[in-house]
Design a protein around this ligand. Structure first.
Ligand SMILES: [Zn+2]
Length: 330
């Protein structure tokens, strides 16, 4: 049973909103675009395992995607977590292509791509075993004693895996996606004893969801872009023109002539994604949507039922709940 679904990663959503709203020739555009290409490929890799996971018996497994938890000072992140009554299993998905060489001497992963270019990465085995240790600690603190295992999934079937001599045994935890289910069966065979009841399993799953803390990442600060450099205005879904004009209670595109009553919703979501560290005022919303009257803004805001605090002129607005839970980019 999927208890926490996989959504478009928040960083991808933020990059996307930013790319829509900086000039074509902005000096940071190339950096953001290349980061986005990498992240989209990674997300595609994560989605590639979902098909295989859908074949697991639904009643026995709880599946949670994208968890960010803390044991105190630091956070640790898990892409995909499987739980059943005998064990917990962390799945770390890598979408690296070409040839991968696992170097035990220097504890690194060396990738050679089809052009012969060589690139080094931290050893994912190390990363995953740290996640294991953190999750174990997290569970024990809450009096759940569940063994935690991990597997590293290479999402591209064409990737060639190689390892230093003597390291191959360790690499039993690294596999192509098509062998995922076979390896889960192996873990099932190794952990036959029930350590937790189905009822407690649900408790663990609820606690994980409750304590998941999305990253407060400030993308403008990261790229050193000022909020005033962000292009305002409502964007036309049909032809990407901005700004659409407010016209007889709807949004009108001067370029392709289409109309869209709800086009302001995505514009405000863009603004919340880019400006996640501070709430919005009526005036800020007017400016961003390029509407002259606070009265129209108030009507639009009230139709969106945005959470708010404060009264009258001091009122500020917060993003709608779950606005980051989307399955596709607009
Ligand atoms: Zn248009």
């Amino acid at each position: 049973m999927i208890e926490k679904e996989r959504f478009v990663p928040i960083r991808i959503q933020k990059n996307h909103a930013l790319l829509k709203r900086i000039p074509k020739n902005h000096p940071k555009r190339t950096d953001i675009e290349s980061d986005q290409t990498k992240r989209l490929a990674g997300y595609k890799g994560e989605q590639a395992i979902d098909f295989h996971l859908s074949k697991l018996p639904e009643k026995e497994y709880v599946i949670l995607h994208d968890l960010r938890l803390s044991n105190g000072k630091y956070y640790f992140q898990i892409d995909t977590l499987l739980l059943n009554s005998a064990f917990a299993l962390i799945l770390e998905v890598k979408n690296y292509g070409g040839t991968l060489y696992f170097d035990s001497d220097f504890n690194q992963l060396i990738q050679t791509n089809s052009k012969g270019e060589v690139k080094g990465y931290p050893n994912p085995m190390e990363q995953a075993s740290q996640q294991c240790a953190e999750l174990k600690k997290w569970l024990q603190k809450r009096h759940f004693n569940i063994p935690v295992e991990f597997l590293i999934i290479i999402s591209k079937p064409s990737t060639i895996l190689k390892s230093a001599p003597g390291y191959a045994k360790m690499l039993q935890k690294v596999m192509h996606v098509q062998f995922l289910l076979k390896n889960i069966e192996k873990i099932e065979a190794a952990y036959k004893n029930e350590v937790i009841t189905l009822k407690d399993l649900k408790k663990v799953s609820r606690a994980l969801i409750k304590e998941h803390t999305p990253s407060p990442f400030n993308i403008l600060k990261h790229y050193e872009i000022q909020l005033c450099d962000i292009q305002t205005g409502v964007i036309c879904k049909a032809c990407s023109y901005k700004p659409m004009k407010r016209h007889f209670g709807t949004w009108y595109c001067p370029q392709c002539k289409s109309k869209d009553k709800n086009a302001h919703i995505q514009a405000l979501i863009d603004l919340f994604l880019l400006n996640s560290h501070s709430p919005l005022t009526n005036q800020g919303i007017c400016r961003f949507l390029q509407i002259p009257s606070g009265e129209i803004a108030r009507k639009l805001i009230s139709s969106m039922q945005l959470p708010y605090s404060g009264t009258k002129k001091g009122r500020v607005y917060f993003p709608p709940p779950n606005y980051q839970q989307i399955k596709n980019l607009d």
